[in-house]
Design a binder for this molecule. Structure first.
Ligand code: ADP
Ligand code: MG
Length: 174
């Protein structure tokens, strides 16, 4: 074989190897991402606990593949509600929101699953139940934007802080 042809073949082979390597690393990223087990904080809010919906909501949560690895029923004081929702303190609905959260018992729980944080947001549905997709918890059970049955953390850092707000490590059993 001529030397030029050999060189051409070698360079084609090199490009193929590079492409394969790139593909392998993309697949590794996807696989790694899929395996990221996350924890998120869920609250079954007063409008739902008062209508005896705890079991129905937990059934939806478990059917969707989440493991409830910590759970307790608590009645928050208004101060605890204010602290939990501090991020919203400048919003016009803050006082009503904190009053509502502390108006009756809530179920606080830690959910675990691959991609738990975003997946639970999806399972909850939009904040305003008018916009919540069919099959979501809020579409099925929420009364209104302020009585929307469930809370779920919105990011990794928020989830870690919200879980710490309610649970110590020994209460979380994975
Ligand atoms: P989400 O609970 O979907 O994460 P937000 O974090 O934006 O929504 O708001 C926290 C809670 O405050 C909502 O679940 C809802 O109960 C209440 N809320 C949000 N926006 C309004 C609003 N415009 N009017 C009344 N209540 C609201
Ligand atoms: Mg939120």
């Amino acid at each position: 074989m001529r030397k030029e042809t050999k060189d051409q073949l070698r360079s084609v082979r090199n490009v193929r190897v590079q492409q394969t390597n790139r593909q392998v690393s993309i697949i590794t990223i996807i696989k790694t991402r899929k395996k990221m087990i996350e924890r998120t904080l869920s609250i079954i809010k007063p409008d739902a606990t008062m209508r005896n919906l705890t079991g129905a909501i937990n059934s939806i949560i478990e059917s969707a593949g989440f493991r409830i690895i910590a759970q307790k029923r608590v009645k928050l004081t208004i101060e605890q509600g204010q602290k939990f929702y501090e991020v919203h303190k400048d919003r016009p609905f803050y006082d009503d929101l904190c009053r509502f959260l502390s108006s009756a018992p809530v179920i606080v729980q830690v959910l675990e699953k691959e991609n738990a944080i975003l997946d639970y947001r999806e399972l909850m549905g939009s904040t305003n139940p008018i916009n919540a997709a069919e099959g979501t918890i809020r579409h099925r059970f929420a009364v209104s934007i302020d009585q929307n049955s469930v809370h779920g953390s919105d990011a990794i850092e928020t989830a870690a802080n919200e879980i710490k707000f309610f649970f110590s490590e020994i209460e979380i059993v994975g």
